[in-house]
Design a binder for this molecule. Structure first.
Ligand code: ZN
Ligand code: ZN
Ligand code: FE
Length: 758
């Protein structure tokens, strides 16, 4: 007798297949077991096949939850052995798991001098270790990973073959005798036989860090640059060498107790820090903690993570032990993270005093992920290591489509029949290296999930690389999706909400259907249609893109009256002194030229203008710096809102001119930047809530979706959410993908799929 059995429920990643294997052997059955899209698929053949089903029902593995078990008889095949097969069907999230941080069992072995893997940086087991970053193609099986060149030693092979072992079918299983090795060297020559290896390499690396050097380290998904975060000279040198503007460095600490010395950590944040995804968690900085200013010059939050691999764990175990390391991506400017030693030698040499390499190839580069807790939810800021390529379920079944994303913080999204697979953070599509990264990752994920998109959704912006790329693809349908509709749709895709919703999309800029630059938008939208219902008032973006790097130009643009007249104000005088009268006059003249200065309803520019007037930031050294400084200045408080108005032309337009008058008045009366920052946040929140209330009155819609990068502002998101909920409406936000442009691809793919589905 041969039975075909399908088991559904929580049956993957819980030791189900080894249990089935053992049971089949006990009953002298032939056949196979493998993971499938639905769960686990089994075939058993032999005289006692009937007993098998009852026995499995009676004693499944402890963590398994069987929700369905169907069996039917099929023709015998005369096979003799029972085997565990790799998973077969496309679409299963198990086809390629995200990378998983070192588990507690492996950590215990790592620090146990009696264990054969004591101090071995590549220790892993079935419950942890590299996955996505080393997988060349599916099925996920050692020969299809970058572990292929390493041949098992007898001990490792025994573990791998033994269903009773924690390392049964752990594809990257390895030890110091047979697996990857670390090597350390100074200078730029590629590793050779004279380099220190193994324990010596680790000792030299930790000594380098301890003595204030910068280490280029081959991490899980790419190179990282590390230095002792408590050594001001080391951090200063790294910032100097990276010319990293004022953007905060990410930090890695040995344990949660150490993190608490520098930042407040709630129970939920602690759970995130120690989670298998092991992301960077943004935490409220303890202002009293001694941390070199160069770590995070502009930020009220610190981004902390715990070691995600054994190699990182070992960096904290030198003598004397280091407590906190700066751990920043090993890349040049806006290029992708470096993943191989020759490139690292070439491009990271100016930053690093030494290199800690290893000989396990990184196939898919994947940066560290960034999350934050807010209002009882975990929000994604950058989605990469640990989260990608886990699928995001979509309603029903639909065709395979591609959302190719936006320009900055690009990701793309591919759909399988029932889900979306969103790529890791690719970066800003503005150099050849990043474009190559986009294409290589796309080809890889298409292969991994065996999907071939029948249509591509792209942004309406004709200048985006992603748009131009999409239009070059032949043999597929193309569809342009308005940027802010895609933002709102990303919330629909994540939440399963059908809509219509009142969508509030606040961001820096996105191409509008009228060819102007949108960014403070109120939409009435569902999966099939979108109507712009209101926006922020439009102002000229003086000199176009250049205004984005220069908040002071936006301040002048918001304030200028007819003929470029500026209000009498000490704050304005101070700003003119800082930037120069001549420069300012030029900007005011350019402002009147609609070709050089397109109109924008951007919410991002509004915050930047306020920051410049408050004297907090005239020039952005990184995207969003001025707004971040304004939020930091508010110190988590809201003040009394300033006045605002609603003008109406074709649409209701929120007009913040009265708010700027109030802000200047406060500054005139000696109020601090923090005071006006708190009032300004309250103002924008009140105006948004007010407009949502009006749209609710007109449409009767009670569901509100908030998205767009401006909602990364905690103070604003909290105030808007509370204000809307206080009116009895429901607020929906992004949690699994970022609300910034990293979430655009999911919205695009969702909308296109819905369009083709109906
Ligand atoms: Zn493990
Ligand atoms: Zn071994
Ligand atoms: Fe956007």
């Amino acid at each position: 007798m041969r039975l075909h059995i399908e088991v559904t429920g929580v049956v993957q990643g819980v030791g189900f297949r080894p249990t089935v294997w053992r049971l089949a052997r006990e009953l002298s059955l032939a056949g196979f077991v493998r993971n499938s899209t639905a769960g686990v698929e089994i075939e058993v053949e032999g005289e006692r096949a009937g007993e098998f089903v009852d026995a499995l029902r009676a004693a499944p593995p402890p963590l398994a939850r069987i929700s369905g078990l169907d069996s039917r008889e099929i023709p015998e095949q005369g096979t003799a052995d029972f085997v565990i097969l790799p998973s077969r069907e496309a679409g299963a999230s198990t086809d390629c798991s995200p990378d998983i941080a070192t588990c507690p069992d492996c950590l215990r072995e790592l620090v146990d001098p009696t264990n054969r893997r004591f101090g071995y940086p590549f220790i892993n087991c079935t419950n942890c270790g590299p996955r996505y970053s080393i997988t060349l193609r599916v099925p996920y099986d050692r020969p299809q990973t970058t572990m292929a060149p390493f041949t098992f030693c007898a001990a490792c092979e025994r573990e791998y073959r033994d269903p009773a072992d924690r390392r049964f079918h752990a594809q990257p299983n390895a030890c110091a005798a047979c697996g990857p090795t670390v090597s350390f060297h100074r200078g730029i020559a590629v590793a050779d036989g004279r380099d220190a290896r193994g324990h010596d390499a680790l000792r030299l690396a930790t000594e380098l860090l301890g003595s204030g050097g910068v280490l280029a380290l081959k991490g899980l998904g790419g190179y990282q640059l590390a230095c002792n975060a408590l050594d001001a000279a080391a951090v200063g040198a790294l910032r100097e060498r990276k010319r990293r503007s004022n953007k905060a460095f990410a930090l890695m600490a040995a344990d949660v107790e150490t993190v608490r010395r520098f930042a407040a950590v709630t129970a939920e944040e602690e759970a995130l820090l120690v989670s298998p995804e092991r992301p960077i968690v943004l935490l409220a900085r303890d202002a009293t903690a001694a941390l070199p200013a160069a770590v995070a010059p502009a930020a009220a939050d610190l981004g902390f993570m715990l070691p995600n691999t054994a190699l990182h764990q070992l960096l904290f175990r030198g003598t004397p032990p280091l407590a906190v390391l700066v751990m920043t991506s090993g890349n040049v400017a806006d290029e992708p993270i470096v993943k191989d030693a020759p490139t690292a030698r070439r491009v990271l040499a100016p930053f690093a005093d030494g290199f800690l390499d290893h000989d396990r190839e990184i196939f898919m580069r994947v940066d560290d992920s960034v999350v934050r807790r807010l209002a009882g939810r975990t929000l994604s800021i950058r989605r990469a290591r640990g989260f990608v390529p886990a699928a995001i379920a979509l309603p029903g079944s639909g065709p395979a489509v591609l959302g190719c994303g936006a320009e900055v913080k690009n990701t793309f999204a591919l759909t399988t029949p029932g889900a979306a697979v969103v790529s890791q953070h690719i970066g800003d599509l503005e150099n050849l290296e990043t474009l190559a990264f986009f294409q290589e990752t796309l080809e890889n994920l298409k292969a991994v999930y065996r999907v071939s998109p029948v249509a591509i959704a792209h942004d309406l912006h004709p200048g985006y690389f992603s748009t131009r790329w999409a239009l070059e693809q032949t043999g597929v349908e193309h569809w342009g999706v308005q940027h802010h509709w895609a933002h709102v749709a990303s919330v629909l895709a994540e939440t399963g909400l059908a809509g219509p919703v009142i969508g509030v999309a606040l961001d820096g800029s996105g191409y509008g259907t009228d060819g102007t630059v949108w960014g403070g938008e109120f939409l009435v939208a569902n999966a099939l249609s979108c109507e712009r219902a209101a926006s922020f008032r439009q102002v000229p973006l003086p000199g176009g893109e250049g205004a984005i790097r220069n908040p002071w130009r936006m301040a002048l643009s918001f304030l200028a009256g007819s003929g470029g007249a500026l209000p009498e104000s000490r704050a304005v005088q101070a700003l003119l002194r800082r930037v120069g009268e001549t420069e300012a006059a030029t900007v005011l003249a350019v402002r009147e030229n609609r070709t050089l200065s397109p109109l924008t309803s951007s919410a991002g520019r509004l915050f930047e203008a306020a920051a410049a007037l408050a004297g907090l930031c005239d020039r952005n050294t990184f995207e969003g710096e001025a707004a971040m400084r304004l939020e930091a200045a508010a110190g988590g408080h809201l003040g009394a809102p300033y006045a605002f108005a609603t003008a109406t032309d074709a649409l209701p337009r929120l007009d913040f001119s009265p708010s700027f008058s109030g802000l200047l008045d406060d500054l005139e009366h000696g109020k601090t930047a923090g005071f006006v920052a708190a009032r300004f946040h309250a103002t924008v929140a009140a105006a948004v809530v007010d407009q949502v209330g009006r749209l609710r009155a007109v449409t009767g819609i009670r569901d509100v979706a908030l998205s767009g990068g401006v909602f990364q502002n905690k103070l604003l998101l909290t105030a808007v959410t509370q204000g809307i909920e206080a009116r009895g409406l429901h607020v929906h936000i992004n949690t699994r993908v970022p609300c910034n442009d990293g979430g655009i691809s999911l919205g695009q793919a969702y909308l296109l799929r819905e369009r083709l589905r109906t």
